[in-house]
Write a protein that binds this ligand. Structure first.
Ligand code: FAD
Length: 474
């Protein structure tokens, strides 16, 4: 039973990038704010078991890979000695540094951070159970639901510590000799890249006919080529038909075009077949909040639910399930609560896959344009023609612009190559600002940098790019 009640203007449930961005802005705008989440500090999935630990480990993987690549430039290193305990500790230190920093920022802003699990009593009241909370009730004027998402589980799998999800893969309890990654989406490919760099023989099985569904195929091609080299095997159009634990590991039967009739055993299996909204918030049924068929909480452009006091943001409120989408929605919801006339209507939410090479895109994709029968012009600049890419010994990239042929406006941008995740920010700015191809060609880009590939792709649109020779048509 609840033993104390207090009141707040804004209660934020879930301390991920959506929740803490919302709580911090609300406090900066002068609201009394409580932020409730399950971990010691704010951070959510992204900081504790998602974006941040995975990127720390991928950075280590890149160093390992470069130490091998350097032999091509006449630099030989001793084979690396990997201290897994230290690597794990470093990754945990990164997480600790960032999450404790968020804890500090909460204190400085006088956001009341409550470690606990919240349930809804009604549209104005939360019940909070947890370590620092005891059991208490909190009434609020508004609440933002930012409870994130959970990994999808495949039905019918045996219970085994050898079958893991992304959270367990990031714990880095051991480096398996063999790893099957089920699912060719970004989380599986990123974690597969990391384990492959550590020496694990990685196999990927994907039901569809290509990796990274959602990305344009020409952006995926350079990654697919690299993946063929670093992973043991990639099986497309193939499903897992059966998994059984035996002495040596997990025995897997495959079904489909890539299966080649083989059964195989793997020391570990990483299931990364997607994520689902964490919308089973206890007590939600006591409100008017509605969910769609996939479980996402339905929201309007201000991120208000069907219950006027309740807003929802981030992974629980719809795709894409990305941290920066969550934090922007959080800011929109708070501004709406504060009475500002706002709407969440981005033209471009960037997606970045931190594999090697990286794949990034924003705005309209070529595939989307084709599906919508929309006439676009695509201008591509291959990185083999980029001085900077050659100095990095990484010409395996491409930068492309998707443009309106009439207005010459940039509608979408895609980049594959090392550092694509940083480069896509220029694309986001171009799409959001309605830049024309000439705005990009006339903006002087520094030399030698990979950013020049964006400028030269825009030059390609006009038919003349400095570093590409195209013979004149008669
Ligand atoms: C391995 C991995 C890698 C990823 N890499 C990237 C990346 O590179 N870039 C990117 O943009 N995105 C990445 N993501 C996705 C990203 O983590 C999510 O999109 C993002 O965390 C969503 O933020 P959120 O605010 O919606 O909620 P979350 O970060 O999911 O946080 C929700 C929080 O709410 C808490 N909570 C849930 N229910 C309750 C309750 N009833 N009471 C109290 N607390 C509750 C949870 O414990 C959690 O702390 C990755 C995800 C994974 C799994």
């Amino acid at each position: 039973m609840a033993d104390q009640t207090n009141t707040t203007q804004l209660a934020v449930v879930g301390g991920g990038p959506g929740g803490y961005a919302a709580a911090f802005l609300a406090a900066d705008l002068g609201l009394k704010v409580a932020l409730i989440s399950e971990e010691v500090n704010p951070g959510g999935v992204c900081l504790y078991r998602g974006c941040i630990p995975s990127k720390a480990l991928l950075h280590a993987a890149r160093v390992l890979t470069e130490s091998h690549e350097a032999s091509r430039w006449g630099i030989e290193f001793q084979p690396p000695r990997i201290d897994i305990a230290r690597l794990r500790a470093w990754k945990d230190e990164v997480v600790e540094k960032l999450t404790s920093g968020l804890g500090q920022l909460s204190k400085q802003r006088k956001v009341e951070y409550i470690r606990g699990r919240a349930s809804l009593v009604d549209s104005h009241t939360l019940s909070i159970a947890g370590e620092s909370a005891g059991e208490r009730r909190m009434t609020f004027e508004h609440a933002i639901l930012a409870t994130g998402s959970l990994p999808v589980k495949l039905p019918g799998l045996p219970e085994s510590p050898r079958i893991i999800d992304s959270t367990e893969a990031l714990e880095l309890s051991s480096v398996p000799k063999t790893l099957l990654v089920v699912g060719g989406g970004y989380i599986g490919l990123e974690l597969g890249t990391f384990y492959a760099a550590l020496g694990t023989q990685v196999t990927v099985v994907e039901m569809l006919d290509g990796l990274l569904p959602g990305a344009d195929r020409d952006l995926v091609t350079p990654l697919a080529k690299q993946v063929e080299k670093i992973f043991g095997k990639v099986m497309l159009n193939t499903k897992v038909a059966e998994m059984k634990e035996d002495k040596g590991g997990i025995h897997v039967k495959f079904e489909g075009a890539g299966a080649e009739g083989e059964d195989q055993s793997f020391e570990k299996v990483l299931v990364s077949v997607g994520r689902k909204p964490n919308s089973a918030i206890p007590g939600l049924e006591a409100t008017h909040v509605e969910r769609d068929a996939r479980g996402f909480i339905k929201v309007d452009p201000q991120r208000r639910t069907a219950e006027p006091t309740l807003y929802a943001i981030g992974d629980v409120a719809g795709e894409p399930l990305l941290a920066h989408k969550a934090s922007h929605e959080g800011r929109t919801a708070v501004e709406a609560i504060h009475g500002r006339k706002v709407a969440f209507e981005p033209r471009a939410i960037p997606a970045v896959v931190f594999t090697d090479p990286e794949v990034a895109w924003c705005g309209l994709t070529e595939a989307q344009a084709a599906n919508e029968n929309r006439r676009v012009k695509v201008a591509r600049f291959p990185w083999a023609a980029s001085g900077r890419a050659v100095t990095l010994d990484r010409p395996d990239g491409v930068t492309k612009l998707i443009l309106d042929p009439e207005t010459e406006r940039v509608l979408g941008v895609g980049v594959t190559g090392v550092g694509a995740g940083e480069l896509i920010a220029e694309g986001v700015l171009a799409v959001e600002m309605g830049a024309l191809a000439s705005d990009i060609t006339l903006s002087i880009h520094p030399h030698p940098t990979l950013s020049e590939t964006v400028m030269e792709a825009a030059e390609v649109f006009f038919g003349q790019a400095t570093d590409i020779f195209r013979p004149k048509r008669p």
